[in-house]
Ligand binder design. Structure first.
Ligand SMILES: Nc1ncnc2c1ncn2[C@@H]1O[C@H](COP(=O)(O)OP(=O)(O)OP(=O)(O)O)[C@@H](O)[C@H]1O
Length: 514
């Protein structure tokens, strides 16, 4: 029905196009619909020459349709614009999902003028288009236009259909984003609760290799099977053994530890299995061994690789028969003990060297757990440091509230051959040495002093220490001033040039602080 003249048509098309572009540019995924709709109505007012316009939203809960955003309407008119499904033109459009076009609304009996809009004494063209998603009608978009522009009515209908499609896409996008956020929040919540479940309270570390280990601990603790923990000295094997025991249903029963490397071979058997009265010289009374003491619970056999071949064969029997024989007796005692062994040695190599029984190796290796060395999970260092600072602040009664950047850098770049035990000792010492509630780089042991390579080799002990302190001050000030040399120099009471010389001396990269 477009009866517009050629030039008029051209002008309208370019206006329509500009309108669509303006609307599209506002429809970014982050844009809230509440902000978007008023802008959209204003653009329509500017470019479509409408008298009034409104976007109504269908509220499924109470079946009412209310005006959400409008153009050319007072707040009072807006507030009156409430329709029930099927009521008036808007209600019918939302109910049927079909657009309605009326060249002169004032003579149409479906028109209720619920809003009480003025100017209805003149003829007015009206278009109302549903806003629908693929599955439902969510509202409508309607406009009033001067009657004498009705020749553009087909074009206007097309434009309105495009705009409502855009609104509906935006609504769907918002819903999808909202759903995704809800899902991801739910996912995070579930993951956190899993983490809490799997994260044994006594073990610190959130790195992914530790998370994998927690999952394994959780699985093992549900069984009564033998487990063996491999890992370097000081990496936390005993903590893992405790975690297995205390998250199992044996938690209320004893957890007995035994270090297989700590006793001479002659004493190991009687310690583990006990002995009868007079079993050997000095055995004046009967004695219960560690296995019996652990009955119903778990025994942690640390350094299992150090057991003699004789002790190994006795251990093998315990694992196979679930009974022990006290030294010097023929009495068999049934026991119910879960064995958790640990070693820092390469057991297969010991087997190859004839120092460890292959059959015992297989018996122990039911559930192997590898505790990663600290150098493979350096992201856990800050957490461990925090925990040890709190622990030793309390024990030593010397309050430490933080650790300086150079000090944490030093801890992060060290290779930790002694693992967490070495880190713990290091923090204990630093807490004792700390004087201003802060652990500084110079409070850490000399083995960690990585800036040592920028301090001349031949500098004496005193000079070296002074350099370390100076370095620490320079770094702290750069951190505080975010790399502003002049401010840092002023704060330290030295000149810009003197500060620059120190930056050069210690090879400090200023950009790292900006
Ligand atoms: N992940 C950790 N979180 C908190 N503390 C830890 C952790 N790992 C180790 N520690 C601490 O480090 C010290 C050494 O740990 P543990 O005795 O368990 O190591 P280990 O591997 O059994 O050592 P070894 O082989 O020498 O017996 C302990 O004080 C322990 O509390």
């Amino acid at each position: 029905m477009s009866e517009c003249k050629k030039d008029e048509c051209k002008e309208r098309h370019s206006k329509n196009l500009s309108l669509l572009l303006k609307i599209a540019s506002k429809m970014t995924p982050g844009e809230d619909l509440k902000d978007l709709l008023p802008k959209l109505m204003n653009f329509m007012g500017e470019d479509l020459g409408i008298i009034r316009g409104m976007v109504s939203i269908f509220n499924r809960k109470n079946s009412s349709i209310i005006v959400s955003s409008s153009f050319g309407m007072t707040d009072e008119e807006k507030s009156k614009g409430i329709y029930q499904l099927g009521e008036g033109i808007t209600g019918k459009v939302v109910e049927s999902g079909e657009a309605i076009v009326i060249p002169d609304i004032t003579s149409d009996e479906r028109f209720l003028n619920r809003t009480g809009s003025s100017g209805m004494d003149k003829k007015i063209a009206f278009i109302c288009v549903p806003v629908k998603t693929t599955s439902e009608v969510i509202g409508s978009l309607s406009i009033d236009k001067p009657y004498d522009e009705r020749r553009f009515i087909d074009d206007d209908l097309k434009i309105l259909k495009i705009i409502t499609t855009m609104i509906s896409k935006s609504v769907q996008l918002h819903r999808a984003i909202h759903e995704e956020q809800t899902l991801s929040m739910e996912n995070n919540r579930l993951q956190d609760s899993l983490k809490q479940k799997y994260n044994p309270k006594n073990i610190i570390g959130n790195s992914s290799i530790m998370q994998n280990m927690y999952e394994l601990i959780e699985k093992i603790s549900k069984t009564s099977s033998t487990a063996i923990i491999f890992g370097e000295s000081g990496s936390g094997k005993e903590l893992v053994a405790q975690a297995i025991h205390y998250s199992s249903d044996r938690a209320t029963k004893p957890f007995v530890t035994f270090n297989c490397a700590a006793l001479p071979e002659s004493l190991i058997e009687s310690e583990l299995f006990g002995h009868g009265k007079g079993a050997f010289t000095g055995a004046i009374t009967e004695k219960e061994g560690k296995f019996q003491a652990a009955d119903g619970g778990s025994i942690f056999l640390d350094e299992v690789g150090e057991l003699s071949l004789t002790a190994q064969s006795k251990l093998l029997r315990v694992l196979q028969e679930r009974e022990i024989e006290k030294v010097g007796t023929n009495e068999q005692v049934k026991i119910d003990v879960r064995v958790i062994a640990a070693t820092h040695r390469d057991l297969l190599q010991l087997v190859e060297d004839g120092e460890f029984r292959l059959d015992l190796y297989y018996r122990l290796n039911v559930f192997p757990i590898m505790v990663p060395p600290l150098r493979d999970r350096k992201t856990d260092i800050p957490l461990l440091v925090d925990m040890f600072i709190k622990k030793y602040s309390e024990i030593t009664n010397n309050l430490v509230t933080r650790i300086s950047t150079p000090a944490i850098d030093m801890l992060m770049s060290y290779h930790w051959p002694g693992n967490v035990r070495e880190l713990e000792n290091c923090i204990e010492r630093a807490v004792i040495l700390a004087e201003d509630e802060v652990i500084h780089g110079y409070n850490l042991p000399p083995s960690l002093q990585t800036i040592g390579n920028v301090i001349p080799e031949d500098s004496g002990k005193l000079q070296r220490h002074l350099d370390l302190v100076e370095y620490e001050f320079v770094i702290e000030e750069l951190k505080r001033t975010r790399g502003k040399i002049r401010a840092a120099a002023t704060n330290l009471g030295i000149t810009y040039r003197q500060f620059g010389l120190r930056v050069e001396k210690y090879g400090i990269d200023i950009d790292k602080f900006k």
